[in-house]
Write a protein that binds this ligand. Sequence first.
Ligand code: SF4
Length: 702
Amino acid sequence: QSESELKSTATTCPYCGVGCGVLVTPSEDGQTAQVKGDPDHPSNFGKLCSKGSALGETLTHEERLLDPVVYGQKSDWNSALDLVAGRFLQTIAEHGPDSVAFYVSGQCLTEDYYIANKMMKGFIGSANIDTNSRLCMASSVAGHKRAFGADTVPGCYEDLDHTDLVILVGSNFAWCHPVLHQRLLVAKEQRGTRIVTIDPRQTATSDAADLHLPIKPGADVALFNALFVHLSNSTAFDKSYVDAYTDGLEEALKVASELSLEEVAVETGLSIEQLVTFFDLVTQTEKTMTIYSQGVNQSSTGTDKVNAIINGHLATGRIGRAGMGPFSITGQPNAMGGREVGGLANQLACHMDFDAGSLDKVQRFWDAPNLAQGPGLKAVDMFDAIGNGKIKALWVMATNPAVSMPNADKVRRAIENCPFVVVSDIVETSDTVKLAHVKLPATGWGEKSGTVTNSERRISRQRSFLKPAGNARHDWDIMCDIARRMGFEGFAFDNPSDIFKEYAQMSAFENNGTRDFDIGHFDEITTNQYDDLTPFQWPLAKNETQARAKRFFENGNFYTANKRAKFVSTPVKAPASKPNAEFEFVLNTGRIRDHWHTMTRTGKTQRLSTHIAEPFVEINSRDALKLGLVDSDIAIVKSKWGSAHLRVLVTDRLADGSAFAPMHWTRRYASKGCVDAITSSNFDKVSGQPEMKYTPVSIEKF
Ligand code: SF4
């Protein structure tokens, strides 16, 4: 078969929340593929970044988990699934439904997420299902719900083509969401869009900015409160929008006014001049977007940071119109799809909470025999409960918590000591798979089929173009099989299109079309229609066939009981742990350009390691001198949670007392280089999201 005869498949990139469409032509042996951007996908129009372009080099079966493994011995599906079903049933019978837990992933497809959530919340009877998305965007979810009444992203990527000012907060956009950053640079070139970056570090993103504000770590609430106050006293204040569509301005303004401008300067580490320049720029620019990411979310005050940002947009009515609005950019390919079908421990499916009305609806829709009646444990608390023996059976899917959770060594010990651990994954070598009693081989990107939702609420298909490796099975199929073995009805699915159809039916169930975020249009979708599904943004009304840029809230219509948005009071609070004499530095963590998460996929291609090849800690030259360190030394970085040995990188791109380390390398790659062994497991009390961007550490020469 010649290359031109090999069929190309339209699917989506499995990495970041941009959700780029890709066209893939696999080689005959399925071990490599040609990958190019899909020119027809409305989220990337054919563009890809370095990670997406290298996807074809990551398909090798090297290190793949090809058969079930039970207590270290190769097994067969029947025996493995019987064992898992039996042990979960036995644990529930002896210790109750809350003695078991699922920890899932933004890498799961929406159909996988839907089944995991249905099985745990509807049939096992516990809400102990949480996801690594808790580490990604839980603060944005909570902030949206407090302000808008529902977890709704108001804008879309097209806003980048219409905006005059983009404020990037806590986001190294150029490296973490490269295709969107390229779109922003085109807007800068073509319409003069100005860019402000707010980040304790200078990054590739700030290099392209018109104004960089090197804020002190953790001080975003002080800055955005002051901006909110400034805007509310300026010509940008939109009294008619505030009067017509919002509540709570006065109280929120009172709280936001607690610090004087001089105090804000001290708190943020910015000069009065920098503050005034920034505030004037925002005041004078109606078409302003605030794009934020993990630097905002991963904080003990993450939800307040989100609401402080939203308050300024509500005060100016700059929301829901082309080129303006607050915009949370998700880290993972399907963080949004997961939250839509209830992947978080504190919500039911389809944006429903644990209120009496929703519980009743969900119970009847699923005919659920044992519906969980309240929220379950969020990620940090869940692993604590595993560590203290309250949770006795754990199933981890498509994620690597033994090295990616904050305070990772404690999490690793908890998993090691858990009486029964099941891990479904594509590789046999991840740090968490190695700890499992039962290892279940799952299909990976290119082998599995389903849907994902990207940061702009766009649902796209991920399509298979390869046969499953070895005896791997799809996550949804494995779960349905175990659910049936546990005696649960309602899991007789043969394909992902029927799961998607049930999700669509549930999203429209008894809401009379009143909820924008249903996808009830697809309540009778056939397998062929599902196969042909083109990317669309929700909501998509009945009879609406074209994808369209959809924005929310230009004319109010929020999802609160009185349909009005809420200004939320956001008092300035210190991070949960502050530097002290022992731990003088503040460690910030994040991604690098060419690797993804714990490198289980990107680590397979040498090309992606040529950019940055090993874990490092970045400090400035003054601190290096003080510590007696020079470039390329090895330093021991220690926090009260753990320590890591990291290569020293000396730059002048961060402030005195600050340090930065990438998150990707795990014990597998560098036995003493796991950064999340150090990171803080303090978390936001509203969202449950850990404060991984602010860890007091000591640094010394090895
Ligand atoms: Fe994949 Fe994100 Fe890169 Fe697009 S920008 S190719 S979704 S990693």
